[in-house]
Design a protein around this ligand. Structure first.
Ligand code: ADP
Ligand code: 5GP
Length: 191
């Protein structure tokens, strides 16, 4: 079985990507470890440095760009940077594990381009934009302004879905999890 592969999951914010990733990570046979991204946004709720993200200052983030420490990075929202540290990919693959990455659409396309056959990119779609808004409202972690920004961006992001290897609609959660699991199992068992 191939080891040290990369699985990228991208979706408009609020689609259910974190929920699906959380479930995939419970599946031991997939041998997944989450790639902790760096970001300049502030921690939300109970988020901790080194768990959900490495929370960096803008200055620290800029210095790491200059030192070429990122495999990819993007200004996902105005003034808020997110990036995958090369050291994170190395840390996980060195253990013989597969890397699961939660990236915005542009980051997902970048990682697929950079890592080629070593990477599988999966796009998760919401059933509709209205459902997406409802999920963000019920999650109740973002301000109304942030929710509107995220919803406004969703249609644009969905227009890139066909640039991904696979696409899964997250309507009934259990079905989306099973479908994603099957796609990843096929990929990590292939040469
Ligand atoms: P993302 O990581 O894509 O921003 P989350 O995983 O935080 O999204 O999910 C957004 C909200 O929608 C959460 O409150 C989550 O519990 C809920 N959710 C996720 N998937 C579904 C689904 N299939 N049906 C209904 N609610 C869902
Ligand atoms: P949030 O602020 O909700 O945690 O994440 C916002 C967006 O940033 C999500 O779409 C998430 O996938 C994306 N994101 C998180 N980490 C990275 C990263 O390292 N690179 C890129 N390109 N996007 C990321």
């Amino acid at each position: 079985m191939g080891k040290g592969k990369l699985i990228v999951i991208s979706a408009p914010s609020g689609t259910g990507k974190s929920t699906i990733i959380g479930e995939l990570m419970k599946c031991e046979q997939l041998k997944l470890e989450f790639s902790i991204s760096a970001t300049t946004r502030k921690p939300r709720g109970s988020e901790q440095h080194g768990v959900e993200y490495y929370f960096l200052t803008v200055e620290d983030f800029r210095q790491r760009i200059e030192r070429d420490e990122f495999a990819e990075y993007h200004e996902v929202y105005e003034g808020r940077y997110y990036g995958t540290l090369k050291s994170e990919i190395k840390r996980i693959t060195a253990k013989g594990k597969n890397v699961i990455l939660d990236l915005d659409v542009m980051g997902g396309i970048d990682v697929k381009r950079i890592y080629g056959k070593k990477a599988l990119s999966i796009f998760i779609k919401p059933p509709s934009i209205e459902t997406l808004r409802q999920r963000l409202l019920s999650r109740a972690t973002d301000s109304l302004d942030d929710i509107n920004n995220r919803v406004d961006k969703a249609a644009y992001e969905i227009s890139f879905a066909d640039k991904f290897d696979r696409c899964v609609v997250n309507d009934v959660l259990a079905n989306a999890i099973e479908e994603t699991k099957a796609i990843i199992t096929d990929f990590i068992e292939s040469k």
